[in-house]
Ligand binder design. Structure first.
Ligand code: F0G
Length: 457
């Protein structure tokens, strides 16, 4: 990677500062690649003095203000991100690009809870965002910062969801979007979104990590604004999912929050919000935040389990949960801090465990994309190990909508997802598979199918 680092026009508001997570340097503005110009590590926002700021220290008034905004006619108040702007860096309203993101539902997963043997299991469905993934909460904020900086082009490397989200927000903000995706390794649903929103979409013959490498070099040579989650504005926007969750729970934290881990931006953001809310006394204790990776894309799991978090060895990742097919996660140090601060765990789950968990979430009438289902699969393991207890409350963060990757779902239900893989016939999934039945257009045939289903139910 080139070492040239040009300064952008973005600066932080008076009450907000940027800080390097490794060397602690506090630059006034970020370089194009959002890396520390001293040591090359990631930057984060911090808020010196906000504990004593009158509006923020009156927690009851702050909570009331946020709630009241839900009934406001103002566009930004209606956003589940901008509604919490007191805990975000300042971006002026004229530059805000919003699709009314956030405000996502919190559902009980009653059947899943019974099957696992825990009393209180809920899912916050971030797939219910405008482009159907959690990325919108970070994207509204970071795309707005690009707009404020006067950028014509914004860009990201993506496994699909970031690109869909970025393309939409770029279009809304009259900016051009450049998308770098791994050729053949993202779902059609996500690719189709980026195309429809008008992004310049380049399918590179490499994996996600290869796309990131090229983009990091590109932004040092061209005036293109980087919208991956190394951009600390993305993390700030994504924090709001945790704030909104606490509001939905009446500011009574659950015992556990479980998130999928890919590039590790989302776990970092949710963890940052939890720590900040605790610091501001918006909540009285920290939930344990646990991170689940697919076994074939588990560099963070291995970093923690094998190296005690001292280093991360990049790997060539492979999983059918393409959203988290990532071998060199950028935010692993931030995620590690979150595990340490909250006392959470890291787990890995197999392809079969992911597929079964996804069908179980579907059977609860909720549904999600494969990468989101690692949360339930991971919870089962954490329950078995005793880390999660029967009486404890758990919230899974479902990151993407069920319709993002229908091919996975259809292949699973037709019994074709693992065909060709050794041991596929022994996959214990028959009870969940609902392959469509092709029949003649005949009433008797439909009644026979109904009766057979009734007998088997
Ligand atoms: N779940 C979904 C549905 C995702 O799309 C991603 C990441 C993750 C989980 C993991 O989140 O990277 O913050 O740890 N998708 C990225 C993308 C990388 O390009 O869309 P993370």
């Amino acid at each position: 990677m080139s070492t040239t680092r040009t300064s952008t026009t973005q600066t932080t508001a008076a009450a907000t500062r940027l800080r390097c997570i490794a060397c602690g340097a506090t630059p006034d503005s970020a370089a194009q690649d959002f890396r520390c110009t001293t040591c090359g590590d990631l930057l984060e926002f911090f808020f010196p003095g906000w504990i004593s700021a009158p509006l923020i220290s009156d927690t009851a008034a702050l909570k009331a203000l946020w709630l009241q905004r839900r009934t406001s006619r103002e566009e930004l108040d209606q956003s589940g991100v901008w509604r919490f702007r007191e805990l975000l860096p300042h971006i002026s309203a004229e530059h805000a690009i919003s699709l009314r993101e956030g405000n996502t539902p919190l559902y009980h997963l009653a059947r899943c809870a019974r099957a696992i043997g825990i009393e209180n299991l809920r899912a916050k469905h971030q797939g219910m965002n405008p482009t159907a993934s959690f990325k919108d909460t970070g994207m509204t904020f970071a795309a707005s910062s690009a707009h404020q900086g006067g950028f014509k082009w914004v860009a990201c490397a993506s496994t699909g969801n970031t690109s869909a989200s970025m393309a939409a927000y770029a279009a809304r903000g009259n900016m051009h979007g450049l998308v770098l995706i791994p050729d053949g390794k993202i779902s059609w649903g996500k690719l189709s979104q980026a195309l429809d929103y008008g992004a310049l979409t380049c399918q590179l013959r490499t994996d996600f990590d290869g796309c990131v490498r090229i983009l990091n070099e590109l932004v040092l040579q061209k005036p293109v604004y980087l919208l991956n989650s190394v951009n600390p504005y993305r993390i700030e926007g994504q924090k709001t999912a945790a704030i909104e969750l606490m509001e939905q729970l009446g500011w009574e934290p659950p015992d556990h929050i479980i998130v999928p881990g890919g590039n590790l931006g989302n776990s970092s953001a949710i963890g940052k919000a939890l720590v900040e809310m605790r610091e501001l006394k918006l909540i009285s204790r920290l939930p344990k935040l646990s991170i689940i990776q697919a076994q074939g894309a588990n560099p963070f799991y291995r970093s923690v389990r094998e190296f005690g978090g001292k280093k991360l060895e990049p790997m060539t990742a492979d999983t059918l949960a393409t959203a988290i097919r990532i071998g060199n996660p950028a935010s692993w140090k931030k995620a590690l801090r979150v595990l340490e601060a909250t006392g959470g765990e890291v787990e890995q789950v197999s392809e079969i465990e992911i597929a079964i968990a996804k069908a179980e979430i579907g059977a609860d009438g909720i549904g999600c994309e494969p990468a989101s289902a690692v949360t339930l699969a991971g919870l089962k393991k954490l329950r078995r190990s005793g880390f999660v207890k029967t009486s404890e409350s758990v919230v899974l963060i479902l990151t993407g909508h069920q319709l993002k990757d229908p091919d996975f779902t259809i292949d699973f239900h037709r019994g074709e997802l693992f065909s060709g893989t050794p041991g596929a016939e022994t996959v214990p999934a028959k009870h969940l598979q609902r392959a469509p039945i092709v029949l003649d257009a005949d009433l008797g045939a439909v009644i026979a199918a109904l009766d057979a289903a009734e007998r088997n139910s």
